[in-house]
Every structure is written in C-alpha cells, then in structure tokens.
Design a binder for this molecule. Structure first.
Ligand SMILES: C[S@@+](CC[C@H](N)C(=O)[O-])C[C@H]1O[C@@H](n2cnc3c(N)ncnc32)[C@H](O)[C@@H]1O
Length: 265
C-alpha cells in the first residue's frame, strides 16, 4: 500500500489503478514515491498487451512527452522521404542510422515490467553500473533510479530529442545517478565505458552491434560483465560470432530477453 497525496491507500491491481494516476496532477514527492515502489513497475497481468499498456500509463504518469517528440521526428523525416515508413524514416533523417523513427513507441522500447524482471534475475549488487546501448528515452534509467538507489545508469542514444526528453525527466525526478548521452555507438571515437551490466535491444545494423560487442569483449578481459540482450537480431549475431559470451538465462514464454556473462581472464 502506497500513501500518495490524493490517494492515501494506493494499490496497483489493475490497469485502471494506473489510468487513474494519469489524470491527476502529481507532486514531485508523489512521483518519487511511485518510482521507488516496486509494484509501480510490475504489470498487473503477465501478457504482452497488458505489459505494453502498463508501460504506456507509466510514461504518461511520469510526464514523458514521447508521442509529441516522435510525431515531430516523423514530420521532419517526411520532408525528406514523403512516401517512407518506419523502416526508412530513421535512416533518411539520421545519416543512414536506423533510429526507428515512426515505429510504434511500445515496440521501440522495452516495457518497464520486463526491465524489472531483468533486474530481479540479474540480482544487481550495490554500486554496480548499468549501461544501455541505444537507450531511446531511457526507461531503464527510471527503474534503476527509482528502485536501485545505490546503482548508476548511463544510456547512449543517437537521437538528441530522445536524450533531451529522458534527461529532462531524470532531472525532474532528481535521479542524479542516471544520465542519457547523445552518442553514435558506431562512431570510431566512441570508447565503450566499463560497466557491470550492458543492455542491448536490437539497435542498429549487424556491423554496429558486432563492433560494440567486440568492445565489450575487451572489457570482459579485465572484469566480469553481464550482457542482457533483447531482440532476435542481436541474439543471432552472438550465436554466430561471439562464443566468448556464456548464455546464462534464456527468456521464457513472453520474455524477449536473454542474459549472458563473460570474464575472459
Ligand atoms: C529498439 S530501441 C531500444 C531502446 C531501449 N534500449 C529500450 O529497450 O527501451 C533502439 C534505440 O537505439 C538507437 N540507435 C540505433 N542506432 C544507434 C547508434 N548507432 N548509436 C546510438 N543509438 C542508436 C535508436 O535510435 C533507438 O532509440
């Protein structure tokens, strides 16, 4: 049971409970209470449709202006590529980089409840650092910032408007240990930061992901790492070219992620 200003006996049992929160002005203190409460990130039902709807409610409750920003990106992309689609708009707008402009927002991002499940399996330890490669609006940082107060998070993302919006919400919620950085992960000047946990959800072309995996491999020669992978594409690249990664957990049923570990010392 959570005590909020307008809802002194708040419980999260159905989507309606989340929907109610969308339509009231929440104070900063209430928003901070919400993100520090595990049930807030838990889907009321473990199926994909509800999981996505739950995530959509959370985005709205936390004040992320995703729809507006994505519509602006689509409008800009249509200027270059009027007959295009979500397959072509990203590359047209971002110099060939597949930024998935125009893709449904719930497909673009991992649901919060799946992120929570990932952390429950990872058993993250205090002071471990988490990196999301291709972070979009940085949902993972909201989970880390809210629930894992002794951990830090960095998300790298190509699209500046997504980075700015995610960081705006991190600042508003005073999540000082979380940040998004505007970065092309395939830029030869990009140095992979050392981290305990890396997350990849199919962000780019084969050669981009392969390049970043090789960078992570170098780090794994110095320290143990865990890698969480969402999406078939990256899992296939790992199966074909990265035997140094040990598969430790394969998502079951509607879990779309796998967890690998490595320490090549
Ligand atoms: C499928 S989304 C995943 C978002 C987030 N990791 C999640 O799971 O919610 C992939 C993101 O990677 C970004 N991306 C694609 N290529 C990139 C690159 N070369 N450098 C940085 N980000 C990139 C896209 O713009 C997109 O926001």
């Amino acid at each position: 049971m959570l005590q909020l200003e307008l809802f002194p006996r708040m419980e999260f049992k159905s989507l309606l409970d989340f929907q109610r929160l969308e339509n009231v002005p929440l104070s900063l203190s209430d928003k901070k209470k919400l993100i520090s409460h595990i049930d807030f990130f838990q889907t009321p039902k473990a199926n994909d449709v509800i999981r996505h709807q739950h995530a959509q409610h959370l985005d709205k409750i936390l004040g992320l202006r995703l729809k507006y920003i994505e519509e602006m990106l689509v409008a800009e992309a249509k200027g270059f590529d009027p007959e295009g689609s979500h397959e072509s708009w990203g590359p047209s707008l971002h110099g060939g980089v597949q930024t998935w402009v125009g893709l449904d927002l719930q497909t673009l991002q991992t649901p919060y409840s799946e992120i929570l499940r990932i952390f429950q399996l990872l058993k993250i330890k205090p002071y471990q650092h988490v990196v999301d490669l291709g972070a979009a609006y940085g949902r993972m940082g909201l989970v880390v910032g809210g629930l894992f107060i002794k951990n830090s998070f960095t998300g790298y993302e190509f699209v500046k408007a997504r980075v700015d919006e995610g960081n705006r919400v991190y600042r508003e919620l005073e999540l000082g240990r979380c940040q998004l950085i505007e970065q092309d992960l395939y830029d030869r000047g990009f140095e992979m930061p050392e981290a305990d946990i890396y997350f990849i959800y199919d962000y780019g072309q084969v050669e981009h992901i392969d390049y970043n995996l090789k960078q992570i491999q170098k780090i794994s020669r110095k320290r143990p790492i865990k890698l969480v992978v969402r999406g078939k594409f990256t899992k296939r690249i790992i199966a074909d070219h990265h035997p140094w990664l040990d598969l430790k957990y394969e998502g079951k049923l509607e879990e779309f992620f796998s967890i690998y570990t490595a320490y090549e010392n």
